[in-house]
Design a protein around this ligand. Structure first.
Ligand code: ADP
Ligand code: MG
Length: 254
């Protein structure tokens, strides 16, 4: 059972974050005065329609991009004080990314895709192999390590990407529309995997435009026009063994 310690210092804290883009003469406010705290071991979804600023927010949280204004504290470190090298280092150690289109290396097999983040950390080859193999076992792909992406199904590719995100034991798993390119059954499998990872103690941020996907998280942050317009805690994810079937109970719906 995962427990969020409300008194612990937040794993990440955004204070008055703004991100502006100039499109010719016009200023786009992709993020506008965003305040947010996320504790270790939370499972949070960012939900909002296309263009609301979700990816911009994820890129800032993941240290892929810097805010135009405001303060971002990651694990107590002020990201503003870091140069690009330090930022790349913290990104490599603290963040595991999962993307809609998997972003795997097409010419490398599953094992080498998963080993890749460890190269930047200077982990010796034998250790890289051992850790990558263990991560692939965790996502149920122990028997597919020598397969290249084009020899794997969409769901298997996304599981390779999840193994790659996890291999360095990051503080946060960031997933941007991770089920966007998957069929419903495969999407369900991937969401079950995130639930298991959360139960095992991982901190997860899931970005989606789909309320059904967002409902798997314990906390939903709603974004509209670059602002947070809702922040709700709710009961556990998806269909549960102890819950009645969706059409079993009395429904208020007409
Ligand atoms: P979402 O992920 O919710 O679809 P985005 O974060 O991608 O939203 O985009 C938020 C807003 O910022 C949109 O209006 C988008 O057009 C704009 N935007 C995002 N990235 C850039 C960029 N690199 N240059 C200019 N405008 C951008
Ligand atoms: Mg997006």
């Amino acid at each position: 059972m995962s427990v969020v310690d409300k008194d612990a210092p937040p794993l990440l804290e955004l204070i008055g974050i703004c991100k502006r883009y100039l499109m010719g003469e016009v200023e786009v406010r992709a993020l506008d005065d965003v305040h947010l705290r996320i504790a270790r071991n939370e499972y949070v979804s960012f939900i909002g329609p296309s263009g609301s600023g979700k990816t911009t927010l994820m890129n800032i949280v993941g240290c892929l991009d810097r805010p135009s204004a405001g303060t971002y504290l990651l694990n107590g470190h002020n990201v503003e004080d870091m140069d690009d090298n330090q930022l790349a280092g913290i990104r490599n150690r603290e963040i595991g990314f999962v993307f809609q289109n998997f972003n795997l290396l097409g010419r490398a097999d599953a094992l080498h895709n998963v080993m890749q983040p460890l190269v930047y950390r200077g982990v010796p080859l034998a250790e890289r192999r051992r850790l990558a193999a263990a991560a692939l076992e965790r996502v149920g792909l122990g028997d597919r390590m020598d397969h290249r992406p084009n020899q794997l199904s969409g769901g298997q590719r996304q599981r390779v990407a999840i193994a790659r995100a996890l291999v360095g034991d990051p503080s946060i798993l960031l997933a941007d529309e991770p089920t966007g390119n998957l069929d419903t059954a495969t999407a369900r499998e991937i969401m079950a995997m995130f639930a298991a990872l959360h139960a095992a103690g991982n901190t997860i941020i899931l970005v989606t435009h789909d309320p059904e996907v967002a409902a798997h998280a314990r906390r939903t942050v709603t974004i509209r026009d670059g602002r947070i317009i809702g922040d709700n805690l709710h009961a556990a994810s998806g269909p549960r063994a102890d819950a009645p079937a969706p059409d079993a109970g009395t429904s208020a719906a007409p």
